[in-house]
Design a protein around this ligand. Structure first.
Ligand SMILES: Cc1cc2nc3c(=O)[nH]c(=O)nc-3n(C[C@H](O)[C@H](O)[C@H](O)COP(=O)(O)OP(=O)(O)OC[C@H]3O[C@@H](n4cnc5c(N)ncnc54)[C@H](O)[C@@H]3O)c2cc1C
Length: 327
């Protein structure tokens, strides 16, 4: 039980950033267990072309399942595949990303195998025989430390919690077949509609600039958009107060009932820092908060706080970042 199996999530036929995070994390663990990393790529014909990229990030073996019935995501069929591959190997752990797909797949796979599951983990380490993981619980009010002693342990890793790291390995391709024809699955996905593909995904952006009710009106999000554009690698997020008002789409919402994110930098603009919002972003590596109320709870989790009016601070910050990028 030394190898690590990892599901490499794809979108539009190519691995997502979360797939590379999961493979890099699996590599770290395999280096401790002395085992190999086996990555799984599932999709329609051609998905295997991305095996080399997974090898570069630490996969010794890439198990490629190409089937027309997997052209669209099918949780039922992919969980059956992951369970079959897990049973057929000697795995200490199976990694998924705690993305929408991973949150669907990890419990299904664990249930099929009747094995341990820890969802949405933010760190992991091997201590003797136990895989010790942390998981923010109760909307982030507590950090739970879980000792997973059973093998294989199924875990899903919070997007952004692990760094993408290059660690070239063979990435040897092994073709595998699904255990049953995906077309006979109880789930039939007929279409996948991608969101705005020109926008950076909140789960993948290294920087997120998020706006709250302090912006006062939908049109003032132009300030947030301009700051994000100045960074050049930023996505725009929002609080629920904002999405409920209809100022931004619900897909932009960060928090307990929205997206869980861990970017390198999170800029909170006119956000109070309600516990439900913090649940979605407090694991960000660096938090900058701009709020005119110095008592706002967001300052308790912020690494840098700016007490001031967003309508003055944000344009000044945007100009400063644009100038710094130029020089
Ligand atoms: C079950 C449940 C689930 C929830 N899930 C979520 C969730 O997933 N995500 C989420 O975000 N919320 C969620 N909420 C809502 C949450 O409780 C808060 O109501 C919400 O996060 C507040 O959003 P806000 O910070 O934008 O607004 P407010 O709390 O109104 O804060 C606005 C802030 O802007 C500041 N401000 C005002 N004007 C200016 C200015 N000119 N310059 C600078 N600062 C200014 C104010 O000082 C204030 O701190 C949930 C609530 C419940 C009950």
């Amino acid at each position: 039980m030394t190898h690590i199996l990892v599901f490499a999530e794809t979108r539009g036929g190519a691995p997502r950033k979360v797939a590379f995070e999961a493979v890099s994390a699996a590599r770290q663990l395999a280096d401790q267990t002395g085992g190999e990393v086996h990555a799984v790529l599932a999709g329609s014909a051609g998905v295997g072309a991305h095996a080399a990229a997974l090898g570069e990030h630490g996969a010794d073996v890439v198990r490629v399942c190409e089937h027309d019935g997997l052209a669209h995501y099918n949780g039922d069929a992919v969980a059956a595949l992951m369970a079959q591959l897990t049973q057929g190997g000697s795995y200490r752990a199976v990694f998924f990303s705690a993305s929408a797909q991973g949150k669907d797949l990890a419990p299904r796979t664990a249930a099929k195998l009747r094995t341990t599951l820890a969802g949405d983990i933010t760190s992991f380490v091997l201590e003797g025989d136990a895989l010790v993981v942390t998981h923010p619980g109760y909307t982030g009010k507590v950090i739970q430390t879980l000792r997973l002693t059973g093998s294989p342990a199924i875990v899903s890793l919070r997007p952004g919690a692990a760094m993408v790291a290059k660690s070239p390995k063979a990435g040897r391709v092994e073709a595998v077949a699904p255990p049953a024809d995906p077309a006979s699955s109880r789930v039939v996905t007929t279409e996948t509609v991608l969101g705005d593909t020109k926008k950076l995904d909140l789960g993948e952006a290294p920087v997120i600039v998020s706006g709250g009710r302090g912006l006062k009106a939908a049109e003032h999000f132009a300030l947030v958009e301009a700051l994000a554009a100045a960074f050049g690698n930023a996505a725009v997020g929002a609080t629920r107060a904002v999405t409920d008002e209809g100022w931004r789409p619900h897909s932009d919402q960060i928090g307990q009932t929205g997206r869980l994110v861990s970017p390198d930098l999170y800029v909170a603009v006119g956000i109070s820092g309600a516990i439900q919002h913090l649940a979605g972003m407090r694991t960000s590596r660096c938090i900058v908060a701009i709020n005119k109320d110095k008592e706002a709870p967001i300052f308790k989790v912020a690494d840098y706080g700016i007490v001031g009016d967003v309508f003055e601070v944000v344009p000044a910050l945007t100009a400063a970042i644009a100038a710094a990028k130029k020089s």
